[in-house]
Design a protein around this ligand. Structure first.
Ligand SMILES: Cc1ncc(COP(=O)(O)O)c(C=O)c1O
Length: 378
């Protein structure tokens, strides 16, 4: 049996997405910048996809800038804020994705701006009082805080943080890569400057995503070149990727409540099963439905001398998961997120992440194998 429980890393392509993309790959080869029929057709396909995505998120089509994925979109939000919008400081957290953490550090070194890290609680929640203190009497600031943490699943109260940022005149970017396609967004109502998307996190193709930016925001390109994306992102567009992203979003939102219920059920089942079998089990990050991303469960297992081999042993049993402190994909590599919440790094931590394709049988098999490893040395 092969069980894939690493959906926060990436998800399998939905067959319907493949079906939508393949005719484009086969026959729509025109360059969208060409003025002849082939080019116009390709351009129309892109603009239809953009309109469709904007309808799902309740924003304007012109507010969607296609990128190569989440990393590029996060980079673009941070660079634009500093280079074009006058941000002199970035407030972020120690548990952001590297696409934000490393970009902020790079900007700090290269562009003479300050960085402040907001305090977090042990579950990864942002201390909103500390954020407000940091924002008081501040220079022009960009706040960059992710909507859901990709390792521990803790959710940020987006609306509350956006109001706080507005009250203090700060720009607000949220890395929504783990939540796009998993929660609905109403970007007309949510007062935010930037959110980001990556199609491969919700059964779309890799190498495509977008940056949403409020139409009032003045932008500068990160990638210079042609006039694509209204001059904001040079390079011939990834047409089949854009079509795949749009189709993946249709699928994600057409049955969202059902998908959520299914995945939440699996996560709760896994929590109950682990609690039944292990006395000292703990979970990193929030686990309640309201405060936690329903696709992620980060488990802190009892201390064992087999810790460093846990992921490797699970892999041998056909179970694909990802690691925390003890190891990451078989190699010893610390997690900056677990360090950031001061997790016990001497215990083995495993991130299980689910999708709408995950089954109860797969969860039961996984629990059985984990119990075998810990209790029966199998
Ligand atoms: C929270 C978060 N942000 C950004 C990214 C980067 O997205 P991409 O792989 O599309 O560059 C990821 C993917 O691992 C992620 O989980």
């Amino acid at each position: 049996m092969k069980v894939y429980l690493d959906n926060a890393a990436t998800t399998p392509l939905a067959p319907e997405v493949f079906e939508a993309m393949s005719p484009i790959l086969k026959s729509n080869f025109g360059n969208p910048s060409s003025s002849h029929f082939f080019g116009r057709k390709a351009k129309a396909i892109i603009e239809n996809s953009r309109r469709n995505i904007a309808t799902h998120l309740r924003c304007k089509p012109a507010e969607i800038i296609f990128t190569s994925g989440g990393t590029e979109a996060d980079n673009m939000a941070l660079f634009t804020s500093v280079k074009e919008l006058g941000a002199k400081r970035i407030i972020t957290s120690r548990i952001e994705h590297h696409a934000v953490v490393h970009t902020a550090e790079h900007i700090y070194k290269e562009l003479d701006i300050d960085i402040d890290y907001v305090r977090l609680c042990r579950k990864g929640n942002v201390d909103l009082d500390h954020l407000e203190d940091l924002l008081k009497d501040s220079p022009k600031t960009l706040v960059s805080l992710m909507h859901a943490n990709n390792e521990i699943g803790t959710l940020l109260p987006l609306k509350e943080v956006s109001l706080l940022c507005r009250r203090h005149g700060a720009l607000f970017h949220s890395d929504t890569v783990q939540t796009m396609g998993h929660y609905t967004f109403d970007l007309t109502e949510l007062d935010i400057d930037f959110v980001t998307c990556s199609a491969h996190k919700f059964h779309g193709p890799k190498g495509i995503g977008f940056l949403y930016t409020n139409s009032k925001t003045s932008m500068v390109p990160l990638i210079h070149g042609g006039a694509q994306e209204r001059g904001l992102r040079g390079g011939t567009e990834n047409i089949y990727g854009i079509v795949g992203l749009s189709k993946a979003m249709d699928l994600a939102y057409s049955d969202l409540i059902e998908h959520q219920k299914h995945v939440e059920g699996l996560k709760n089942h896994m929590i109950r099963e682990f609690e039944k079998h292990f006395e000292t089990i703990e979970f990193h990050g929030e686990i309640s439905k309201e405060k936690s991303l329903y696709t992620v469960l980060n488990v802190c297992f009892p201390r064992t001398d087999k810790a460093s081999m846990l992921l490797f042993t699970l892999d041998l049993k056909g179970i694909a998961v990802s690691g925390g402190s003890a190891c990451s994909s078989g190699s010893n590599k610390g997690s900056h997120v677990l360090e950031g919440i001061e997790a016990d790094m001497t215990r083995p931590n495993v991130r299980f992440s689910f999708s709408r394709y995950t089954t109860k049988e797969e969860i039961d098999y996984t629990v059985e194998m984990v119990v075998n490893i810990f209790k029966h040395n199998l």
